[in-house]
Design a protein around this ligand. Structure first.
Ligand code: AQP
Length: 328
Protein backbone atom coordinates (compact mmCIF):
# COMPACT_ATOMS: atom_id res chain seq x y z
CA UNK A 1 0.00 0.00 0.00
CA UNK A 2 1.33 3.46 -0.86
CA UNK A 3 1.90 5.82 2.05
CA UNK A 4 0.21 9.24 2.21
CA UNK A 5 1.24 12.17 4.42
CA UNK A 6 -0.22 15.66 4.76
CA UNK A 7 -0.76 18.32 7.40
CA UNK A 8 -2.74 21.40 8.27
CA UNK A 9 -1.66 24.36 10.41
CA UNK A 10 -3.70 25.01 13.57
CA UNK A 11 -3.83 28.73 12.85
CA UNK A 12 -7.61 29.20 12.94
CA UNK A 13 -10.81 27.56 11.82
CA UNK A 14 -10.39 25.57 8.61
CA UNK A 15 -12.15 27.01 5.59
CA UNK A 16 -13.62 25.79 2.30
CA UNK A 17 -10.23 26.20 0.58
CA UNK A 18 -8.52 23.87 3.07
CA UNK A 19 -11.43 21.42 2.77
CA UNK A 20 -11.83 21.35 -1.01
CA UNK A 21 -8.11 21.65 -1.81
CA UNK A 22 -6.73 19.18 0.70
CA UNK A 23 -8.98 17.60 3.34
CA UNK A 24 -11.50 16.03 0.96
CA UNK A 25 -8.62 14.09 -0.60
CA UNK A 26 -7.51 12.93 2.86
CA UNK A 27 -10.82 11.13 3.32
CA UNK A 28 -10.87 9.55 -0.15
CA UNK A 29 -7.28 8.30 0.11
CA UNK A 30 -7.69 6.48 3.41
CA UNK A 31 -9.73 3.73 1.72
CA UNK A 32 -6.75 2.25 -0.14
CA UNK A 33 -3.63 3.93 1.25
CA UNK A 34 -1.73 4.02 4.52
CA UNK A 35 -2.51 7.59 5.60
CA UNK A 36 -0.77 9.83 8.13
CA UNK A 37 -2.42 13.19 8.88
CA UNK A 38 -0.63 15.71 11.02
CA UNK A 39 -1.59 18.92 12.83
CA UNK A 40 1.52 20.98 12.19
CA UNK A 41 1.85 23.14 15.31
CA UNK A 42 5.59 23.69 14.71
CA UNK A 43 4.64 25.45 11.46
CA UNK A 44 2.01 27.56 13.21
CA UNK A 45 4.64 29.26 15.42
CA UNK A 46 6.50 30.70 12.41
CA UNK A 47 4.22 33.68 13.09
CA UNK A 48 3.36 34.77 16.68
CA UNK A 49 0.57 32.71 18.28
CA UNK A 50 -1.33 33.15 21.52
CA UNK A 51 -0.44 29.92 23.44
CA UNK A 52 -3.99 29.35 24.71
CA UNK A 53 -5.49 29.92 21.26
CA UNK A 54 -2.89 27.65 19.63
CA UNK A 55 -3.76 24.76 21.95
CA UNK A 56 -7.47 25.30 21.28
CA UNK A 57 -6.89 25.35 17.52
CA UNK A 58 -4.85 22.10 17.68
CA UNK A 59 -7.84 20.31 19.19
CA UNK A 60 -10.26 22.06 16.82
CA UNK A 61 -8.31 20.85 13.77
CA UNK A 62 -8.05 17.33 15.21
CA UNK A 63 -11.83 17.27 15.80
CA UNK A 64 -12.44 18.65 12.30
CA UNK A 65 -10.26 15.94 10.79
CA UNK A 66 -12.56 13.38 12.37
CA UNK A 67 -15.73 15.40 11.67
CA UNK A 68 -15.10 15.40 7.91
CA UNK A 69 -14.63 11.62 7.94
CA UNK A 70 -10.99 10.80 8.68
CA UNK A 71 -11.28 7.56 10.60
CA UNK A 72 -8.56 7.04 13.26
CA UNK A 73 -8.91 3.28 12.76
CA UNK A 74 -7.82 3.69 9.13
CA UNK A 75 -5.52 6.74 9.38
CA UNK A 76 -2.99 8.09 11.86
CA UNK A 77 -3.97 11.50 13.27
CA UNK A 78 -1.35 13.23 15.44
CA UNK A 79 0.23 16.51 16.54
CA UNK A 80 3.64 17.32 15.00
CA UNK A 81 5.37 18.45 18.22
CA UNK A 82 4.60 15.05 19.81
CA UNK A 83 7.01 13.40 17.36
CA UNK A 84 10.59 14.72 17.89
CA UNK A 85 11.83 13.44 14.50
CA UNK A 86 10.20 16.41 12.68
CA UNK A 87 12.40 19.03 14.37
CA UNK A 88 15.51 16.81 14.24
CA UNK A 89 15.16 16.03 10.53
CA UNK A 90 14.19 19.66 9.87
CA UNK A 91 17.59 20.77 11.21
CA UNK A 92 19.50 18.14 9.19
CA UNK A 93 17.69 19.21 6.01
CA UNK A 94 18.33 22.91 6.77
CA UNK A 95 22.00 22.00 6.54
CA UNK A 96 21.29 20.58 3.07
CA UNK A 97 19.32 23.47 1.59
CA UNK A 98 20.25 26.95 0.39
CA UNK A 99 19.01 30.40 1.40
CA UNK A 100 18.72 31.26 -2.31
CA UNK A 101 16.16 28.54 -3.04
CA UNK A 102 14.22 29.33 0.16
CA UNK A 103 14.01 33.08 -0.43
CA UNK A 104 12.55 32.36 -3.91
CA UNK A 105 9.47 30.62 -2.40
CA UNK A 106 6.31 32.56 -3.33
CA UNK A 107 4.77 32.13 0.13
CA UNK A 108 7.92 33.50 1.80
CA UNK A 109 7.85 36.53 -0.48
CA UNK A 110 4.13 37.07 0.22
CA UNK A 111 4.40 36.76 4.01
CA UNK A 112 7.67 38.69 4.42
CA UNK A 113 7.01 41.43 1.83
CA UNK A 114 7.47 44.97 3.09
CA UNK A 115 8.69 43.90 6.56
CA UNK A 116 11.97 45.20 7.94
CA UNK A 117 12.69 42.20 10.12
CA UNK A 118 11.53 38.70 9.16
CA UNK A 119 11.57 35.64 11.44
CA UNK A 120 14.02 32.90 10.38
CA UNK A 121 11.23 30.31 10.71
CA UNK A 122 9.28 32.00 7.92
CA UNK A 123 12.24 31.40 5.60
CA UNK A 124 13.01 27.84 6.71
CA UNK A 125 9.53 26.37 7.23
CA UNK A 126 9.41 24.79 3.74
CA UNK A 127 12.43 22.72 4.88
CA UNK A 128 10.48 21.64 7.96
CA UNK A 129 7.66 20.68 5.59
CA UNK A 130 10.14 18.62 3.57
CA UNK A 131 11.19 16.92 6.83
CA UNK A 132 7.53 16.21 7.74
CA UNK A 133 7.07 14.40 4.44
CA UNK A 134 10.42 12.59 4.17
CA UNK A 135 10.28 11.40 7.80
CA UNK A 136 7.61 8.84 6.86
CA UNK A 137 8.98 7.52 3.53
CA UNK A 138 5.93 9.18 2.00
CA UNK A 139 4.83 8.33 -1.56
CA UNK A 140 1.94 10.79 -2.01
CA UNK A 141 1.27 14.26 -0.56
CA UNK A 142 -2.32 15.53 -1.07
CA UNK A 143 -2.27 19.35 -0.91
CA UNK A 144 -3.75 22.46 -2.51
CA UNK A 145 -2.12 24.10 -5.55
CA UNK A 146 -0.45 26.75 -3.38
CA UNK A 147 1.88 24.04 -2.03
CA UNK A 148 3.21 22.92 -5.46
CA UNK A 149 6.46 24.86 -5.04
CA UNK A 150 7.07 23.35 -1.58
CA UNK A 151 6.56 19.81 -2.91
CA UNK A 152 9.11 20.55 -5.66
CA UNK A 153 11.57 21.76 -3.00
CA UNK A 154 10.97 18.57 -0.98
CA UNK A 155 11.75 16.46 -4.05
CA UNK A 156 14.89 18.51 -4.79
CA UNK A 157 16.20 18.10 -1.23
CA UNK A 158 15.44 14.35 -1.20
CA UNK A 159 17.23 13.82 -4.53
CA UNK A 160 20.16 16.00 -3.38
CA UNK A 161 20.62 13.95 -0.18
CA UNK A 162 20.20 10.64 -2.03
CA UNK A 163 22.88 11.65 -4.54
CA UNK A 164 25.30 12.72 -1.81
CA UNK A 165 24.74 10.09 0.90
CA UNK A 166 23.25 7.15 -0.99
CA UNK A 167 19.60 6.06 -0.98
CA UNK A 168 18.12 7.74 2.09
CA UNK A 169 14.70 9.16 1.20
CA UNK A 170 11.67 8.12 -0.84
CA UNK A 171 11.04 10.90 -3.41
CA UNK A 172 7.33 11.83 -3.01
CA UNK A 173 4.72 13.12 -5.49
CA UNK A 174 2.15 15.85 -4.85
CA UNK A 175 -1.55 15.09 -5.46
CA UNK A 176 -3.87 17.94 -6.43
CA UNK A 177 -7.66 18.07 -6.89
CA UNK A 178 -9.16 18.72 -10.34
CA UNK A 179 -11.72 21.18 -8.95
CA UNK A 180 -11.07 22.90 -5.64
CA UNK A 181 -7.27 22.88 -5.81
CA UNK A 182 -7.28 26.65 -5.50
CA UNK A 183 -10.29 28.33 -3.89
CA UNK A 184 -10.13 32.10 -4.03
CA UNK A 185 -11.18 34.69 -1.43
CA UNK A 186 -14.85 35.68 -1.75
CA UNK A 187 -14.10 39.39 -1.40
CA UNK A 188 -11.03 39.34 -3.66
CA UNK A 189 -10.98 36.50 -6.22
CA UNK A 190 -7.38 37.36 -7.17
CA UNK A 191 -6.12 36.11 -3.74
CA UNK A 192 -6.49 32.62 -2.30
CA UNK A 193 -9.00 32.00 0.49
CA UNK A 194 -7.00 32.11 3.73
CA UNK A 195 -7.52 31.59 7.48
CA UNK A 196 -5.59 34.68 8.41
CA UNK A 197 -7.21 37.23 6.04
CA UNK A 198 -8.67 40.14 8.00
CA UNK A 199 -12.15 40.16 6.43
CA UNK A 200 -14.14 37.22 7.83
CA UNK A 201 -16.44 37.38 4.80
CA UNK A 202 -13.49 36.53 2.55
CA UNK A 203 -13.88 32.90 3.59
CA UNK A 204 -16.41 30.27 4.65
CA UNK A 205 -15.16 28.41 7.72
CA UNK A 206 -16.28 24.82 8.14
CA UNK A 207 -17.95 25.77 11.43
CA UNK A 208 -19.75 28.91 10.20
CA UNK A 209 -23.42 29.36 11.14
CA UNK A 210 -25.89 29.16 8.24
CA UNK A 211 -26.51 32.92 8.52
CA UNK A 212 -22.78 33.68 8.17
CA UNK A 213 -22.50 31.34 5.15
CA UNK A 214 -25.39 33.21 3.53
CA UNK A 215 -23.97 36.65 4.27
CA UNK A 216 -20.48 35.82 2.96
CA UNK A 217 -21.68 34.23 -0.29
CA UNK A 218 -24.36 36.83 -1.03
CA UNK A 219 -21.81 39.64 -0.74
CA UNK A 220 -19.08 37.80 -2.75
CA UNK A 221 -17.37 39.93 -5.38
CA UNK A 222 -18.51 39.21 -8.97
CA UNK A 223 -18.48 41.64 -11.94
CA UNK A 224 -20.84 43.93 -13.78
CA UNK A 225 -21.54 42.14 -17.08
CA UNK A 226 -24.16 39.79 -15.59
CA UNK A 227 -23.29 36.76 -17.74
CA UNK A 228 -22.82 33.43 -15.93
CA UNK A 229 -19.92 31.54 -17.50
CA UNK A 230 -16.71 29.87 -16.35
CA UNK A 231 -13.81 32.11 -17.33
CA UNK A 232 -11.27 32.39 -14.47
CA UNK A 233 -9.17 34.96 -16.30
CA UNK A 234 -11.88 37.48 -17.19
CA UNK A 235 -14.53 36.53 -14.60
CA UNK A 236 -12.58 35.35 -11.53
CA UNK A 237 -15.38 36.00 -9.00
CA UNK A 238 -18.15 34.10 -10.83
CA UNK A 239 -15.70 31.32 -11.80
CA UNK A 240 -14.66 30.93 -8.16
CA UNK A 241 -18.32 30.51 -7.12
CA UNK A 242 -18.85 27.92 -9.87
CA UNK A 243 -15.67 26.13 -8.84
CA UNK A 244 -16.86 25.93 -5.21
CA UNK A 245 -20.29 24.72 -6.39
CA UNK A 246 -18.66 22.03 -8.54
CA UNK A 247 -16.29 20.82 -5.81
CA UNK A 248 -19.07 20.66 -3.18
CA UNK A 249 -21.69 19.01 -5.39
CA UNK A 250 -19.42 16.61 -7.31
CA UNK A 251 -20.90 17.89 -10.61
CA UNK A 252 -18.71 19.33 -13.34
CA UNK A 253 -19.06 23.05 -14.12
CA UNK A 254 -20.47 22.10 -17.55
CA UNK A 255 -23.16 19.92 -15.94
CA UNK A 256 -24.07 22.72 -13.53
CA UNK A 257 -24.31 25.33 -16.29
CA UNK A 258 -26.30 23.03 -18.59
CA UNK A 259 -29.01 22.47 -15.94
CA UNK A 260 -29.36 25.94 -14.43
CA UNK A 261 -32.21 28.39 -14.86
CA UNK A 262 -30.59 31.33 -13.13
CA UNK A 263 -31.64 34.83 -14.11
CA UNK A 264 -28.55 36.47 -12.62
CA UNK A 265 -25.71 36.22 -10.11
CA UNK A 266 -28.20 36.48 -7.23
CA UNK A 267 -29.80 33.14 -8.22
CA UNK A 268 -26.41 31.43 -8.54
CA UNK A 269 -25.42 32.74 -5.11
CA UNK A 270 -28.71 31.64 -3.49
CA UNK A 271 -28.27 28.11 -4.82
CA UNK A 272 -24.64 28.02 -3.71
CA UNK A 273 -25.71 29.12 -0.21
CA UNK A 274 -28.05 26.09 -0.02
CA UNK A 275 -25.43 23.67 -1.39
CA UNK A 276 -22.81 24.98 1.08
CA UNK A 277 -25.14 24.92 4.10
CA UNK A 278 -26.12 21.34 3.29
CA UNK A 279 -22.48 20.22 2.92
CA UNK A 280 -21.38 21.90 6.17
CA UNK A 281 -24.28 20.68 8.34
CA UNK A 282 -23.00 17.12 9.04
CA UNK A 283 -19.45 18.43 9.61
CA UNK A 284 -20.71 20.83 12.28
CA UNK A 285 -22.84 18.12 13.92
CA UNK A 286 -19.92 15.64 14.04
CA UNK A 287 -17.56 18.33 15.34
CA UNK A 288 -19.83 19.07 18.31
CA UNK A 289 -19.88 15.38 19.23
CA UNK A 290 -16.11 14.87 19.01
CA UNK A 291 -14.48 18.14 20.11
CA UNK A 292 -14.90 17.78 23.89
CA UNK A 293 -14.78 13.98 24.06
CA UNK A 294 -12.05 12.00 25.82
CA UNK A 295 -11.75 9.95 22.64
CA UNK A 296 -10.13 12.91 20.88
CA UNK A 297 -7.16 12.96 23.29
CA UNK A 298 -6.88 9.16 23.08
CA UNK A 299 -6.78 9.32 19.27
CA UNK A 300 -4.01 11.96 19.33
CA UNK A 301 -1.84 10.11 21.88
CA UNK A 302 -2.28 6.83 20.02
CA UNK A 303 -1.55 8.61 16.72
CA UNK A 304 1.69 10.10 18.08
CA UNK A 305 2.83 6.66 19.21
CA UNK A 306 2.08 5.09 15.82
CA UNK A 307 3.73 7.99 13.95
CA UNK A 308 6.85 7.74 16.16
CA UNK A 309 7.09 4.03 15.43
CA UNK A 310 7.29 4.77 11.68
CA UNK A 311 9.56 7.83 12.04
CA UNK A 312 12.20 6.40 14.36
CA UNK A 313 13.64 3.77 11.94
CA UNK A 314 13.77 6.45 9.21
CA UNK A 315 15.69 8.76 11.60
CA UNK A 316 18.04 5.90 12.48
CA UNK A 317 18.71 5.44 8.74
CA UNK A 318 19.33 9.19 8.28
CA UNK A 319 21.71 9.45 11.27
CA UNK A 320 23.56 6.41 9.96
CA UNK A 321 23.93 7.83 6.41
CA UNK A 322 25.18 11.17 7.76
CA UNK A 323 27.54 9.52 10.28
CA UNK A 324 25.86 11.11 13.29
CA UNK A 325 25.95 9.73 16.83
CA UNK A 326 27.71 6.46 17.68
CA UNK A 327 27.07 2.99 16.31
CA UNK A 328 25.82 0.65 19.02
N1 AQP B 1 -7.52 28.70 -0.88
C1 AQP B 1 -7.13 27.43 -0.92
N2 AQP B 1 -7.58 26.61 -1.92
C2 AQP B 1 -7.21 25.30 -1.97
N3 AQP B 1 -6.41 24.71 -1.04
C3 AQP B 1 -5.96 25.50 -0.03
N4 AQP B 1 -5.18 25.23 1.05
C4 AQP B 1 -5.03 26.35 1.79
N5 AQP B 1 -5.72 27.37 1.23
C5 AQP B 1 -6.30 26.87 0.09
C6 AQP B 1 -4.62 23.91 1.34
O1 AQP B 1 -5.03 23.55 2.65
C7 AQP B 1 -4.01 22.76 3.25
C8 AQP B 1 -3.72 23.27 4.63
O2 AQP B 1 -3.22 24.59 4.56
P1 AQP B 1 -2.47 25.17 5.82
O3 AQP B 1 -3.41 25.38 6.93
O4 AQP B 1 -1.33 24.32 6.17
O5 AQP B 1 -1.82 26.54 5.40
P2 AQP B 1 -2.04 27.58 4.31
O6 AQP B 1 -1.84 27.02 2.95
O7 AQP B 1 -1.12 28.71 4.65
O8 AQP B 1 -3.55 27.95 4.50
P3 AQP B 1 -4.21 29.28 4.93
O9 AQP B 1 -5.62 29.01 5.15
O10 AQP B 1 -3.90 30.37 3.94
O11 AQP B 1 -3.54 29.60 6.33
P4 AQP B 1 -2.84 30.89 6.86
O12 AQP B 1 -3.78 32.02 6.62
O13 AQP B 1 -2.63 30.59 8.31
O14 AQP B 1 -1.54 31.06 6.11
C9 AQP B 1 -2.79 22.81 2.32
O15 AQP B 1 -2.73 21.60 1.60
C10 AQP B 1 -3.10 23.95 1.40
O16 AQP B 1 -2.55 23.74 0.12
Amino acid sequence: MKRVFSGVQPTGNLHLGNYLGALKQFVELQEDHECIYCIVDEHAITVPQDPEQLRKHILDVAALYMAIGIDPKKSIIFVQSQVPGHAELGWILCCNSYTGELSRMTQFKAKSGGKESVGTGLLTYPVLMAADILLYDTDIVPVGNDQKQHIELTRDIAIRVNNKYGDTFVVPDGRFMKSGARIMALDDPESKMSKSAENEHSRISLLDEDSKIKKSIMRATTDSDGEIRFDPENKPGVSNLLNIYSALSGKTVDEILANQQWRGYGDLKKELVAVTQEAMAPIKRNFEEIRYSEELIRVLNDGAERANAIAEPVMARVRDRFGMGIKL
